[in-house]
Design a protein around this ligand. Structure first.
Ligand SMILES: [Zn+2]
Length: 192
């Protein structure tokens, strides 16, 4: 059993310089003064392995037969959770604006799918990934993430487990106080 509490998870992010401050435009469209760049943690295989093992322990009881993650952010942690559970790890990727299974990846009836992401903000991409699995005929048994920064608003219809819950302010662009400073919001990953 790998135990890792929320403080230890955040400590790993800080140690790797993965907790950024500034003015960011999140994938969800919201603006925020903080961003968790999980790639900076997951670039270290031992960190990725430890986080994957800890997340796997939280969701082991769901008896999943496959992990499905959204590309790109979910791929590394999905792989590590799959490794820890001894099941395969697939990813869905966006084509023509829609997440889908490509590369010959398949899921079917009888498959028990665990959807894994790095950071959940609004839950939008997790919900979309859940729909990809269901559209393939599989059953989604749970979802998991390293970090939940949704403030409990992820609105998933399956059990959801995260290693840490982080409250970072996020604003609709129209009411973003950071925008009032005139500093443009940057999309993390493009320049960071
Ligand atoms: Zn803003």
């Amino acid at each position: 059993m790998t135990t890792m509490n929320a403080d230890e998870v955040l400590e790993r992010f800080k140690r790797c310089g993965a907790l950024l401050t500034g003015h960011f435009r999140l994938t969800s469209g919201l603006h925020s003064s903080g961003y968790l760049q999980s790639a900076l943690v997951l670039q270290h295989p031992r960190e990725a392995e430890a986080l994957g093992a800890a997340l796997a322990d939280r969701v082991r009881a769901f008896d999943a037969t496959a992990v499905l993650s959204p590309a790109l952010g979910g791929i590394v942690i999905g792989q590590e959770v799959g490794r820890a559970l001894g099941i395969r790890a697939l990813f869905a990727e966006r084509q023509d604006g829609r997440l889908q299974l490509r590369r010959g990846f398949g899921l079917g009836p009888g498959e028990r799918v665990l959807v894994v992401e790095d950071v959940v903000t609004t839950g939008g991409s997790t919900r979309e990934t859940i729909e990809v699995a269901r559209a393939a005929g599989a059953q989604v048994v749970a979802a998991g993430a390293i970090i939940d920064r949704s403030g409990g608003e992820q609105r998933l219809d399956v059990p959801f487990h995260a290693l840490a819950t982080v409250t970072l302010p996020a604003y609709e662009p129209a009411v973003c106080p950071l925008c009032l400073t005139g500093e443009p919001a940057i999309k993390p990953g493009s320049r960071n």
